[in-house]
Design a protein around this ligand. Structure first.
Ligand code: CA
Length: 187
């Protein structure tokens, strides 16, 4: 089953919540809903949404505290959607770790544009980390898994397919002792 990324909408005002959720579903975004801070934290930790859309004025908790709590364990993007329009409110939320700040009343078009910007940034960051994880470096040894090339002191090593597979297996298990049986099984 395809695991489509999910947005988490945190909003206690039903009309605003409906507006946001309708907008998201019209544009084929999956979403989860939370009406207060406690359920926002629960949904965020159990479903790992790719973006949180967060109201600040919630019945049980201030949204800024939710930002701080989420930031203690995750970098998931948080877009604040709040009626608080003072600079000091925006600065406090952004300093606490929010990625963006949208003031109510907001237009649906602007919300969608902010979502696109955040998703673009997210994809860019994910692309970077994919690239990093496809290269293994240990001392003078470098393996580029994408190219299937191995370098020692920047000189390419010409390995047989079996040698290459063995090296990759060892690289993935750096610091561990591999038994003969394990290597035979894994290669
Ligand atoms: Ca509210």
């Amino acid at each position: 089953m395809k695991n489509k990324p999910t947005k988490l909408i945190v909003e206690d005002d039903r009309a605003v919540r409906n507006l946001i959720s309708t907008t998201l579903s019209t544009h084929d975004y999956k979403y989860l809903l939370a009406q207060n801070g406690a359920s926002a934290l629960l949904e965020a930790s159990s479903h790992n949404p790719d973006i949180v859309l967060l109201d600040l004025g919630l019945p049980d908790m201030d949204g800024v505290d939710i930002i701080r709590k989420i930031r203690s364990w995750s970098n998931m993007p948080i877009i604040v959607i709040s009626a608080r329009s003072e600079d000091s409110d925006k600065i406090e939320a952004l300093d606490a770790g929010a990625d963006d700040y949208l003031t109510k009343p907001f237009s649906v078009e602007e919300l969608l544009a902010r979502l696109r910007v955040t998703l673009r940034r997210l994809n860019y960051i994910r692309g970077l980390s994919d690239k990093e994880s496809s290269i293994f470096i240990n001392g003078d040894l470098k393996i580029d898994y994408n190219l299937g090339c191995v370098y020692l002191n920047n000189d390419e090593l010409h390995l047989t397919p079996i040698e290459y597979k063995l090296l990759c297996l060892l690289a993935k298990n750096v610091g561990k002792v591999l038994t003969h049986t394990y290597i035979i099984h894994e290669r």
